[in-house]
Write a protein of this length. Structure first.
Length: 132
Protein backbone atom coordinates (compact mmCIF):
# COMPACT_ATOMS: atom_id res chain seq x y z
CA UNK A 1 0.00 0.00 0.00
CA UNK A 2 2.98 2.36 -0.44
CA UNK A 3 1.74 5.61 -1.96
CA UNK A 4 -1.72 5.40 -0.44
CA UNK A 5 -3.67 6.79 2.47
CA UNK A 6 -4.79 4.56 5.32
CA UNK A 7 -7.65 5.73 7.52
CA UNK A 8 -8.48 4.28 10.92
CA UNK A 9 -11.28 5.27 13.31
CA UNK A 10 -10.29 4.21 16.81
CA UNK A 11 -11.74 4.31 20.28
CA UNK A 12 -10.05 6.87 22.52
CA UNK A 13 -8.29 4.06 24.39
CA UNK A 14 -4.56 3.31 24.53
CA UNK A 15 -5.34 -0.39 24.00
CA UNK A 16 -6.12 0.52 20.38
CA UNK A 17 -2.40 1.04 19.77
CA UNK A 18 -1.90 -2.65 18.89
CA UNK A 19 -4.24 -2.14 15.90
CA UNK A 20 -2.22 0.90 14.88
CA UNK A 21 1.07 -0.99 15.14
CA UNK A 22 -0.27 -3.88 13.02
CA UNK A 23 -1.51 -1.44 10.37
CA UNK A 24 1.79 0.49 10.24
CA UNK A 25 3.77 -2.75 9.92
CA UNK A 26 1.53 -3.82 7.02
CA UNK A 27 2.23 -0.65 5.00
CA UNK A 28 5.47 -1.98 3.51
CA UNK A 29 7.60 0.82 4.89
CA UNK A 30 11.32 0.43 5.53
CA UNK A 31 11.67 -1.09 8.99
CA UNK A 32 13.47 1.95 10.45
CA UNK A 33 10.75 4.30 9.14
CA UNK A 34 7.99 2.00 10.44
CA UNK A 35 9.64 2.05 13.88
CA UNK A 36 9.74 5.86 13.86
CA UNK A 37 6.11 6.03 12.76
CA UNK A 38 5.03 3.66 15.56
CA UNK A 39 7.05 5.57 18.18
CA UNK A 40 5.65 8.93 17.13
CA UNK A 41 2.03 7.76 16.89
CA UNK A 42 2.22 5.93 20.22
CA UNK A 43 3.44 9.03 22.05
CA UNK A 44 0.83 11.41 20.71
CA UNK A 45 -2.00 8.85 20.74
CA UNK A 46 -1.25 7.94 24.37
CA UNK A 47 -1.24 11.61 25.39
CA UNK A 48 -4.57 12.21 23.69
CA UNK A 49 -6.10 9.17 25.39
CA UNK A 50 -4.65 10.07 28.80
CA UNK A 51 -5.26 13.82 28.85
CA UNK A 52 -7.76 14.66 26.13
CA UNK A 53 -10.80 13.25 27.89
CA UNK A 54 -10.57 14.27 31.59
CA UNK A 55 -14.28 13.61 32.18
CA UNK A 56 -14.00 10.09 30.84
CA UNK A 57 -14.42 8.56 27.43
CA UNK A 58 -17.79 7.69 25.93
CA UNK A 59 -18.43 5.17 23.17
CA UNK A 60 -18.82 8.13 20.80
CA UNK A 61 -15.31 9.49 21.50
CA UNK A 62 -13.23 8.44 18.51
CA UNK A 63 -9.77 9.31 17.30
CA UNK A 64 -9.19 9.41 13.57
CA UNK A 65 -5.76 8.35 12.37
CA UNK A 66 -4.75 9.02 8.79
CA UNK A 67 -1.40 7.79 7.44
CA UNK A 68 -0.34 8.85 3.96
CA UNK A 69 2.74 7.34 2.35
CA UNK A 70 4.63 8.47 -0.71
CA UNK A 71 8.19 9.81 -0.62
CA UNK A 72 7.39 10.81 2.97
CA UNK A 73 5.02 9.66 5.70
CA UNK A 74 2.36 12.11 6.81
CA UNK A 75 0.33 11.30 9.90
CA UNK A 76 -2.81 13.16 10.94
CA UNK A 77 -4.41 12.51 14.30
CA UNK A 78 -7.84 14.08 14.77
CA UNK A 79 -9.73 14.06 18.06
CA UNK A 80 -12.48 15.97 19.84
CA UNK A 81 -10.94 15.91 23.32
CA UNK A 82 -9.78 18.99 25.15
CA UNK A 83 -6.81 20.76 23.65
CA UNK A 84 -3.55 19.31 24.90
CA UNK A 85 -0.31 21.31 24.75
CA UNK A 86 1.64 19.81 21.88
CA UNK A 87 5.42 19.87 21.55
CA UNK A 88 6.26 21.73 18.38
CA UNK A 89 9.75 22.53 17.17
CA UNK A 90 11.57 21.82 20.44
CA UNK A 91 15.09 23.23 20.30
CA UNK A 92 17.36 20.46 21.58
CA UNK A 93 20.25 22.94 21.99
CA UNK A 94 18.31 25.05 24.46
CA UNK A 95 16.68 22.55 26.81
CA UNK A 96 16.34 22.77 30.56
CA UNK A 97 16.01 19.09 31.53
CA UNK A 98 14.26 19.90 34.82
CA UNK A 99 11.52 21.72 32.94
CA UNK A 100 11.44 19.16 30.11
CA UNK A 101 10.91 16.00 32.19
CA UNK A 102 7.09 15.96 31.95
CA UNK A 103 7.34 16.36 28.17
CA UNK A 104 10.27 14.02 27.60
CA UNK A 105 8.21 11.53 25.56
CA UNK A 106 7.04 14.30 23.24
CA UNK A 107 10.63 15.50 22.87
CA UNK A 108 11.79 12.00 21.93
CA UNK A 109 8.92 11.59 19.47
CA UNK A 110 9.52 15.01 17.92
CA UNK A 111 13.19 14.17 17.41
CA UNK A 112 12.03 11.54 14.88
CA UNK A 113 9.87 13.96 12.91
CA UNK A 114 10.60 16.57 10.30
CA UNK A 115 7.46 18.64 10.84
CA UNK A 116 4.76 18.86 13.52
CA UNK A 117 1.77 21.17 13.26
CA UNK A 118 -1.20 21.50 15.60
CA UNK A 119 -4.42 23.38 14.97
CA UNK A 120 -7.99 23.44 16.20
CA UNK A 121 -10.76 23.51 13.63
CA UNK A 122 -14.51 23.02 14.00
CA UNK A 123 -14.12 21.71 17.57
CA UNK A 124 -11.46 19.19 16.56
CA UNK A 125 -7.79 18.94 17.44
CA UNK A 126 -5.74 18.20 14.31
CA UNK A 127 -2.14 17.13 14.69
CA UNK A 128 -0.14 16.72 11.47
CA UNK A 129 3.24 15.02 11.63
CA UNK A 130 5.66 14.49 8.73
CA UNK A 131 8.51 11.98 8.65
CA UNK A 132 10.78 12.08 5.60
Amino acid sequence: TFGKTTLMVLDANINEFNKIKEKVLSLGLDKSIALKVCLVIEEYFANICAFGYPDGVTKDDKIILEISTSNKVEIRIIDTGVSVKRAENLDSGNLDFDKLSPELGQFIASSHTNFVKYKQEDGKNILTITII
